[in-house]
Design a protein around this ligand. Structure first.
Ligand code: FES
Ligand SMILES: [Fe+2]
Length: 342
């Protein structure tokens, strides 16, 4: 069984996924029901009645109470059983585990450990996700049949764009023209590419003249367990970065279980912010890139080593994979520290 980092926030979903019916999602191997209380805040409870294990999500609501659809036990948002339709007495052990959740910047985060230890200060910042005047974000979700750390490998090592994304982002050799640096700041990692004096990358097409010579950067920030932000930037060659533009993206991975991963992504822009057509074009582009290019490769690679220890398989190091390697090592040390073995 996988040993997860507990003292951290896992993305449970986009805020707009938790509608009136709530949202059921497997997180860290457990079925979780996310639902909104009468005051609009999000609550999270194990989606498993303690009687005969029916999902509470298939029951009914009475205000903030969840009523099991099988035999009618009722539970408050704190998980306490508040009504037994068959007796006045509440049976022992009838409570349900609940989880600490925070809704922030359009994202619902779920604390991986003991509720009382949940620390809101540890939520990684994604200020660009919510729409604002002159600012528009599209977001998406896909489920990958692979362990989440294989998704981290993919994101912390963007050299794969030259090979995997031929049909979409099309690196066109820019990665080979670039310098790559991995740095650590506390428990935050940065895997940054800097590509000066190159032809216009596909992300800048339509923003700058087609024959422009530009500087291009791809900067990935990583926080445990697998929460990443990517800044994609382009500016005229040799000019200050501010003369160009930057596209911030979220790339956040949450383990459904050891072998499946929720992949949440977003991309923000300042152009055509009111255009539903541009929204759709971007959704299609990213959907194609992440669903039809990254995902099949990550899943196929993972199928080759499923259930095996990553380091035990003696992966060859190429240097470009330093970001993924450092993230794996740092996560291992955080888990060891937490369990008192580090
Ligand atoms: S399974 Fe929920 S009350 Fe019986
Ligand atoms: Fe990719």
């Amino acid at each position: 069984m996988e040993n997860y980092l507990r003292h951290c926030w896992y993305m449970a979903g986009w805020a707009d996924e938790v509608g009136p019916a709530g949202l059921v999602r497997q997180i860290l191997g457990k079925p979780v029901y996310l639902y909104r209380l009468v005051d609009g805040t999000v609550a999270a409870i194990l989606d498993r009645c303690p009687h005969r294990f029916a999902p509470l999500s298939k029951g009914t609501r009475e205000g903030d109470r969840l009523v099991c659809g099988y035999h009618g036990l009722a539970f408050g948002p704190d998980g306490h059983c508040v009504r037994n339709p068959f007796a006045d007495r509440i049976p022992a052990g009838a409570d349900i585990p609940t989880f600490a959740v925070i809704e922030q910047e359009g994202i619902v985060w779920l604390w991986g450990g003991d509720k009382d230890a949940a620390d809101p200060a540890l939520v990684p910042a994604f200020p660009f996700v919510p729409d604002a005047p002159g600012w528009r974000t599209v977001h998406g979700y896909t489920l990958m049949q692979a362990n989440y750390q294989y998704g981290t490998d993919n994101l912390m090592d963007l050299s794969h764009i030259e090979f995997v994304h031929k049909g979409t982002f099309a690196g066109q050799g820019v990665i080979f023209a670039g310098q790559h640096q991995v740095t650590q700041d506390g428990d935050t990692l940065h895997s940054d590419w800097w590509m000066p004096g190159i032809a216009l990358p596909s992300v800048a097409q339509g923003h700058m003249p087609p024959d422009a010579v530009v500087d291009h950067w791809l900067e990935m920030r990583w926080n445990a367990p697998a929460t990443m932000r990517l800044n994609i930037g382009v500016c005229p060659h040799g000019e200050p970065r501010e003369t160009g533009f930057e596209v911030p993206q979220a790339h956040i991975l949450t383990p459904a279980n050891e072998h499946e991963t929720h992949y949440f992504w977003s991309s923000s822009r300042t152009n055509d912010v009111d255009s539903a057509e541009v929204d759709n074009i971007l959704r299609q582009l990213f959907g194609e890139a992440f669903d039809l290019e990254d995902k099949p490769m990550i899943e196929a690679a993972y199928a080759n080593v499923r259930g095996k220890d990553f380091w035990g398989e003696k992966p060859v190091a190429l240097g470009i994979d330093q970001g993924g390697t450092r993230a794996r090592r740092l996560l291992e040390s955080l888990i060891a520290r937490e369990s008192g073995n580090g």
